[in-house]
Design a protein around this ligand. Structure first.
Ligand code: C2E
Ligand code: CA
Ligand code: CA
Length: 392
């Protein structure tokens, strides 16, 4: 593998060269930003090793430059500073559009670098990363037709008590069944629905399907179902018509929780306040979704009648990134519980994450570790609830 390295400390050249050669890699070493940039214009290496402390010059600036000039070449960051800075800079790199494979503290380079290089080699062997292609290009017209043909399906993802894995409720996630039989995930059509004002029709159809399967829901052992409400619907008078129909349609089948994202809640606090109050009056509860990454979080929580806080998935997926990340997660859980909210962790994928969440006293958890979103019948099978499909 051909590597290029920018580090103002010439002693690093000897260190790197010696040990990279052992693994059969060649490294082109530069101590100045100018010569590093010049080398990149004539050559396309497989990997960049970038030191962050460059004396007079800044590694951060180089990162931004790379994002514009050479976004395709993956980067490994080197630093003589602590892990915390590396974590911050890794984020800067990702938002600048470059692929940051990892960050290595110089004192541990000999131990950590080989693992990262190995990862890069396996990646290269599988060819360059291809952009994800839409299986069938979906247009507004296509989506409209599909909604009409009742191809919107509710999938259910279990929400459990993490200590014993007991099923407490489920989040309803929309899926689109294409005529070809392919099932599209929400991220593949919800944005289109939102940008073409079809989101109301999607939600309406989804709710109708839920009402149709009320008997299956009743036998499924779910204490509650949680539905997502787009900010675009919240802004419409008919939002309440939609919610009223769901409440009446499901009757006493199970409790209903409405999820509103933190970004919607902070963008339209007045509208959300009024809708939230009416949602409560109809007997539903309210969750703030993807909490912790938006703005004005604290205020929104204090002023709006939420019962549940769903922590943004990033708190779970990044909990082991640094000691601070772990502390932040614990503090967020305590914070939610201090406000007497039920706190839910999303995106739980590993046993290690589950253990941390249990120790931190989380109320509920959701994620692939407990179950992926699936049709209700499959969810009931997984959790083997007696009489799960009785009367369906
Ligand atoms: P969300 O409300 O945050 O839903 C959670 C998303 O995380 C779901 O993606 C779920 O499949 C995914 N997920 C669950 N567990 C894990 C895990 O362990 N690891 C990972 N990596 N992902 C996990 P999905 O179903 O693709 O939905 C994406 C988003 O689309 C949802 O995010 C929600 O904002 C929106 N959405 C889904 N259904 C509806 C709907 O009926 N109406 C509206 N307005 N939005 C919806
Ligand atoms: Ca949600
Ligand atoms: Ca969420």
């Amino acid at each position: 593998m051909q590597l290029i390295c920018l580090d103002d400390d010439p002693r690093m050249e000897v260190v790197l060269d010696r040990f990279l050669r052992r693994f059969g890699h060649a490294v082109d070493f530069h101590v100045s930003v100018a010569s590093f940039k010049a080398a990149l214009t004539s050559d396309d290496p497989d990997l960049i090793l970038l030191d962050l402390g460059l004396g007079q010059e800044s590694g951060i600036e180089v990162i931004h430059w790379l994002g514009k000039a050479h976004p395709g070449i993956p980067v490994v960051l080197l630093s003589g500073h602590g892990d915390e800075l590396l974590d911050t800079v890794q984020r800067i790199g990702r938002s600048a559009g470059i692929q940051v494979l990892g960050a290595v503290s110089k004192s541990r380079a000999a131990v950590e670098l080989p693992t990262i290089l190995k990862k890069r080699l396996t990646q290269a062997a599988h060819g360059p990363r291809q952009a994800l292609k839409m299986p069938e290009a979906l247009t507004r017209k296509g989506l409209e037709g599909t909604i009409r043909r009742d191809r919107i399906a509710p999938y259910f993802q279990p929400i459990v008590s993490p200590a014993d894995g007991r099923l407490k409720g489920a989040e309803v996630l929309a899926r689109l069944q294409l005529p070809s039989g392919k099932v599209l995930g929400a991220h593949e059509f919800i944005p289109l629905a939102e940008s073409t004002d079809l989101i109301y029709a999607v939600t309406e159809t989804l709710f109708e399907r839920l009402i149709e399967s009320r008997q299956t829901i009743a036998g499924s052992g779910l204490g509650f179902i949680a539905v997502n409400l787009s900010p675009l619907i919240l802004q419409q008078e008919r939002a309440l018509v939609l919610m009223r129909r769901l409440v009446d349609g499901l009757g006493d089948t199970c409790a209903i929780k409405v999820e509103i994202t933190e970004s919607a809640a902070s963008a339209y606090p007045e509208i959300v306040r009024s809708v939230a109050a009416q949602i409560h009056l109809m007997g539903m509860s309210l969750a703030i979704d993807d909490f912790g990454i938006g703005h004005s979080s604290m205020r929104v929580l204090a002023e709006l009648p939420f019962d549940t806080m769903k922590l943004d998935v990033s708190f779970v997926s990044e909990m082991f990134d640094s000691a601070k990340a772990l502390k932040l997660l614990r503090a967020m859980i305590r914070f939610g519980q201090t406000l007497e909210l039920q706190v839910v962790a999303e995106g739980v994928e590993t046993e290690a994450q589950r253990q941390v969440l249990i120790e931190a006293g989380i109320d509920l958890a959701q994620g692939y570790l407990f179950g992926k979103p699936a049709p209700l019948e499959l969810l009931a099978d997984t959790f083997s609830v007696p009489n799960a499909s009785a009367g369906a």
